[in-house]
Design a protein around this ligand. Structure first.
Ligand code: HEM
Length: 404
């Protein structure tokens, strides 16, 4: 370190690297862009990044909190909320600056439009252990996920005290946001894992069709409609909880699911379509004509067999075959290079879903998927996390205000 301040000096002052670092005020590049649309509002009854129409890029990180007391955790969340307000408004972070301190913002998003950046926070089960005295405030629905058949979880890609989901139409903007939050958390929270992932923004194609996953199939066709408040209230937003601080929040499950693309690529078109239960070309359900055709699970072919096979993905996970259980899916594709052992692509779906109670929604769905779903043969979950996403904040509030 050169100059008048060492990093240690900088970190010493505020008790926390965080508390004083993100000052308010100043001006900078701000605003939305004509290309990517206006920035989703940061404040509101629910956090942004859940009902928000998918952006094109994801930077998802989890953190282990390293401060050991409640005031330290509260400072961290306050600092992060202030930083998130600035970042989502397109403003650079403001840390004590000058030529002889590290630059106040890391800089890689300077001049870029906000790109519809959203930042969404969630609290993992481990935050409710003994460290902060929060054990009695853990929602009962924030269960530890059970092991599922076929899981091959890497502990380094699982868990985390706090997650941050950054979504933006520009991957550099999403990266910058998590980079900035990690930086202002120095001394208070340490990065645990980071997943970058991509998709195609839902509004990004000429014909407005649903984005495709790495299997080449449209993904999101029969998703819950985030613009339907009745469906969101019914399946996603927490209304009654044993924990009042979760009202207006939701539970996130995030799973890094690697796909065996080489095996998939060698399977026939018919096999692929029978596995999903839809046509690859236009996304129509088997037996239907268009992507929007209703899924007819009762249809039988001339020889009496089900048109949508018993083990087709869309039958096994459909609300109709799971007592009405529905989830809001918001996943992104990932590609993390080449597996050094097998030489195969380390690529797949970073599956994210939101729901009011994972015990009634994700867990039973994933249990059936892992046992009965033809798709299970082509995938292997390698990372896993569950998080309680608190409600949104008002103009002055901070993330997790009701909790801490
Ligand atoms: C790599 C893993 C996965 C891939 C590639 C995948 C792919 C697909 C595809 C192509 C569709 C059809 C289009 C659509 O309606 O969106 C679909 C539907 C669906 N998937 Fe997945 N999926 C994966 C994992 C999961 C998991 C883990 C769950 C839940 C535990 C899940 C739940 C659903 C649901 C609920 C539907 C809609 C079914 C319906 O009602 O028609 N998927 N998925």
């Amino acid at each position: 370190v050169t100059g008048r301040f060492s990093r240690r000096d900088l970190l010493a002052g505020g008790g926390l690297a965080t508390a004083g670092l993100v000052a308010v005020g100043g001006s900078a590049v701000a605003g939305g862009s004509a290309v990517t649309g206006p920035a989703p509002a940061f404040a509101g009854p629910h956090q942004a990044g859940i009902a928000t129409r998918e952006q094109a890029s994801l930077a998802f990180a989890t953190f282990d909190v390293t401060v050991t007391d409640l005031p330290g955790l509260s400072d961290l969340l306050g600092t992060w909320t202030g930083a998130a307000r600035r970042l989502t408004a397109g403003l650079p972070l403001q840390t004590p600056g000058g030529l002889f301190a590290p630059p106040s913002d890391t800089g890689e998003a300077d001049g870029l439009p906000t790109s519809r950046l959203t930042l969404t926070v969630g609290f993992g089960p481990s935050l409710f252990d003994g460290r902060f005295g929060l054990a009695a405030r853990r929602p009962v629905a924030l269960v530890d996920l059970p092991p599922f058949a076929g899981d091959a979880l890497d502990p380094g890609l699982c868990g985390g005290d706090i997650c941050i989901q950054a979504c933006a139409d520009d991957p550099q903007v999403a990266f910058h946001a998590v980079h900035g939050l990690a930086r202002v958390a120095l001394g208070s929270a340490a990065l645990r894992y980071w997943q970058s992932a991509f998709g195609r923004a839902a509004a990004g194609s000429a014909d407005g069709s649903t984005p495709r996953n790495l299997l080449g199939f449209h993904d999101g066709t029969n998703n819950l409609d985030p613009d339907d408040p009745v469906a969101m209230d019914r399946h996603v937003w927490v209304e009654d909880s044993d924990q009042p601080w979760m009202k207006g929040g939701t539970f996130m499950v995030a799973r890094r699911i690697r796909l065996h693309l080489e095996a998939w690529d060698r399977s026939t078109l018919d096999d692929q379509q029978q596995t999903i239960g839809r046509q690859k070309s236009n996304g129509a359900p088997l037996g239907g004509s268009w992507e929007s055709s209703p899924v007819d699970l009762a249809a039988v072919g001339p020889t009496g067999q089900a048109v949508i096979p018993d083990n087709a993905h869309i039958r096994v996970v459909a609300p109709a075959t799971n007592g009405g259980a529905a989830i809001l899916r918001r996943g992104y594709n990932f590609s993390d290079g080449v597996d050094p052992v097998s030489g195969e692509m380390d690529a797949g779906l970073f599956f994210i879903c939101f729901q009011k109670d994972p015990r009634q929604q994700f867990i039973p769905l994933q249990t059936r998927l892992s046992l009965d779903d033809a798709l299970a043969e082509y995938l292997v979950p390698t990372g896993s996390g569950i998080f309680a996403c608190p409600p949104g904040v008002d103009a002055a509030g901070q993330w997790g205000a009701g909790l801490i």
